[in-house]
Design a protein around this ligand. Structure first.
Ligand code: PLP
Ligand code: COI
Length: 346
């Protein structure tokens, strides 16, 4: 195996050694199998291909300062996957099965688990897909649950540096009362084309507005939105955004730091009042946003409005403090007062 440079890792589908799989059929899950065989066998009529019956989770395992290996809040991901699976009408693993297969995946890929001291982690990607071959649009209790992983560093190529975002005037992420709050693969499918246009124009992120009125902020394509106004942490309350576990944790961290937390609809016009703005999520951790532009037509128009926060890659003091606190807990440098780190036996 090639030596891994833990300091330059990005966020890629790195081919590791072991994937852990189980199949729900005839009313029960098969025993979890840890295998080096990375391919799946599917019937071409399987729900996943035709009707996008597919969802996933994302979480990270960390090697802490004292050598302990932990997963950050996996019970939250287990609960969120169950909620998404109910939406798709497929069976979900219970919390014990979910966590024990994640642990098995870590144990089967120890050579890819970054050691302490490199800001890197092992990203766990649990995947749940509908396997039943069918034409009818009806749920069917058959699914494959698989956990794979990849060593991960900075999502945008650099830790704690600010990046630009664009609001696409001609693309929405999720319909009102639609699937926006579920972690289904289809929510991401609709971001690929706008991401291409955004990246071509030099933006790292897409910021989506609510699709009904286009007057409040929903979230980024990859992550939740938060803004800092004085001593207040503000984040959108919306039925169309993914309930982020990082955001949930940051709201607690902000309170622990003596900040006020507001979770409520955030009007677009309020962008001009924030001292700092950031994306937050498992993959992006906290990524400050340098500026946000609106392009009425993402691929073909000039910027119509712009807000600036932390230009030239700079990072504001509150984002820095929140980042240090949450990563300090994850890497075991600060006390885990809320019991968020789930210890893994190796
Ligand atoms: N929003 C979207 C669209 C995401 O894909 C993610 C990533 O999982 C998040 C928000 C952040 O959620 P979490 O903090 O649970 O990773
Ligand atoms: C995560 O942060 O775990 C994600 O799933 C984000 C990914 C879609 C870019």
């Amino acid at each position: 195996m090639a030596e891994i440079n833990w300091d330059t890792l990005g966020f890629d589908a790195y081919r590791t050694r072991t994937v852990v799989k189980s199949h729900f059929k005839d009313g029960k899950w098969s025993p979890a199998e840890a295998t080096e065989e990375f391919s799946f066998t599917y019937d071409p009529f399987a729900q996943v291909f035709h009707y996008a019956i597919s969802c996933f989770e994302g979480m990270k395992a960390f090697t802490q300062k004292d050598g302990t290996v932990v997963i950050f809040r996996p019970e939250q991901n287990a609960a969120r996957m169950k909620r998404t699976a109910d939406y798709l009408g497929i069976p979900a693993p219970d919390e014990d099965m979910f966590i024990s297969m994640c642990e098995e995946c870590i144990r089967g890929n120890l050579e890819f688990l970054p050691p302490y001291g490199h800001k890197a982690s092992l990203y766990l990607r649990p995947l749940l897909v509908g396997m039943h071959p069918q034409m009818q649009l009806t749920p069917y209790p058959e699914a494959v649950f698989a956990v794979m992983c990849a060593p991960a560093g900075a999502y945008y190529g650099d830790h704690l540096r600010s990046f630009a975002a664009v609001i696409p005037g001609d693309f929405d992420r999720a319909a009102p009362k639609g699937s926006g709050s579920y972690k289904i693969g289809a929510n991401y499918a609709s971001t690929f084309r706008p991401y291409k246009y955004a990246h071509d124009a030099g933006y790292a992120e897409l910021l989506y507005l609510d699709s009904a009125t286009r007057s409040t902020i929903d979230e980024f394509g990859s992550s939740n939105f938060f803004g800092i106004k004085g001593n207040t942490y503000v984040t959108p309350l919306s039925d169309s955004v993914l309930p982020s576990i990082t955001n949930l944790s940051l709201r607690q961290v902000a309170e622990d730091l003596g900040m006020k937390v507001e979770r409520r609809p955030v009007p677009l016009e309020e962008l001009g009042e924030f001292d700092e703005v950031a994306a937050c999520g498992t993959a992006v951790v906290i990524t400050p946003i340098s500026h946000i532009d609106i392009k009425p037509q993402l691929a073909g128009s000039e910027v119509s409005r712009s807000w600036r926060f932390s230009p030239d890659g700079k990072v504001g003091p509150v984002c820095t403090k929140l980042y240090e606190r949450i990563t300090g807990i994850q890497f075991g440098e600060l006390e885990d007062t809320h019991n968020w780190c789930h210890k893994v036996s190796l």
